[in-house]
Design a protein around this ligand. Structure first.
Ligand code: PEP
Ligand code: MN
Length: 338
């Protein structure tokens, strides 16, 4: 429920209404704007109706939140959320966020040399997996705790923010201590206990769309995290399963445009898993920028032909440099910068 207060209403009045909402077992939200104070109430709409807030002298209007996802919806929060990763990256701002790195941490040398490649292009955030959820149990599973230690070392030496995937709750303290943002992968988008666990932290979360999830499923998954008290969620479109065979997934850029209309959360695109084809990564990155995405997450490897995972979709260093050059005019056209 959205409760708009009359202009000039005092903070005490807002607090009185918020405490009545809380007493009914619902979640109160205080959202002061420049002209009006807006209050939110999340819970059983019938219980909230019994409060009869329309009759309160300080209340201008009361309306229900129509979307099934409440806290992530623009109805409750009309302005874009900006989420900071590390010291220099503001996702959802005018700055187009580029997060890049190898699919997996393989060794210090591989990670550091790849970090050097992206840093040369002024990228502020390195992403690499230490815990790899692979389709086959016989594929490289990641270096685990050793991979986290390598990420931490490279991050400190190079002053780069780092992102890595969290696969299970048991690793949450280790991962949270080390990284600037936690990635939740496609296979865990509806692992609700894991979502609640990251919702109990204050780390930014990059939530990837399930490969067979609808946009509504993705927004409801984000709602799990935000409703636990962590507002720092970045959504990631990474392609969905369709009947198409020539690409690994079908990158659904219409999801980006739709979500930007319905939700205040930033949306980034992963063109690497979204296509699975190296040659398609650069065009899809430019398309993501053109359709309003707030950033991209791209696989880059210092030597993709020797990569232990996803080499086929990883960019070579010179391809990444060329992409960063050709991205600039597209960003300029949509009023953003790198
Ligand atoms: C990844 O980002 O390395 C990854 C495994 O992605 P996804 O969960 O989208 O498959
Ligand atoms: Mn990968």
């Amino acid at each position: 429920m959205i409760i708009v207060l009359r202009p000039g209403s005092s903070k005490e009045t807002a607090e009185e209404i918020l405490s009545r909402i809380e007493k009914m077992g619902c979640k109160p939200l205080y959202m002061p704007g420049t002209e009006r104070v807006v209050l939110g109430a999340i819970g059983d709409e019938r219980v909230l109706e019994s409060l009869q807030l329309e009759g309160h002298p300080a209340v201008e209007s009361v309306s229900p939140v129509l979307a099934p996802y409440k806290m992530v919806s623009r109805e409750l929060h009309p302005h874009d959320s900006v989420i900071k990763i590390g010291a220099d990256l503001e996702v959802g701002s005018n700055q187009f966020a580029v997060i890049a790195g190898p699919c997996a941490v393989e060794s210090y040398d591989q990670l550091d040399r790849t970090a050097e490649v992206i840093q040369k292009q002024n990228v502020k955030c390195l992403r690499a997996g230490a815990f790899k959820p692979r389709t086959s149990p016989y594929s490289f599973q990641g270096l685990g705790g050793e991979g986290i230690a390598l990420l931490s070392r490279v991050s400190k030496q190079r002053k780069l923010a780092v992102v890595t995937e969290l696969v299970e709750i048991a690793d949450i303290d280790l991962v949270t201590r080390t990284v600037d943002a936690i990635q939740i992968g496609t296979r865990n988008m509806q692992n609700f206990r894991l979502l609640e666990a990251v919702g109990d932290t204050d780390r930014p979360v990059i939530l990837k769309r399930g490969m067979a999830a609808t946009i509504k499923d993705l927004l409801l998954a984000a709602e799990y995290i935000v409703s636990r008290g962590n507002p720092n969620v970045i959504l990631c479109e990474r392609g969905i399963k369709t009947f198409e065979q020539v690409t690994r997934n079908t990158l659904d850029l219409s999801a980006v445009a739709y979500i930007k209309q319905r939700s205040h959360l930033p949306v980034i695109v992963d063109p690497s898993h979204g296509t699975g084809v190296r040659e398609l990564v650069s065009p899809m990155t430019r398309a993501a920028a053109a359709c309003g995405a707030d950033g991209v997450m791209i696989e880059v490897h210092v030597n993709p032909s020797e990569a232990l995972s996803d080499g086929k979709q990883s960019l070579y260093p010179d391809q990444f440099a060329a992409l960063m050059r050709t991205l600039k005019p597209v960003l300029q056209a949509v009023g953003r910068e790198l």
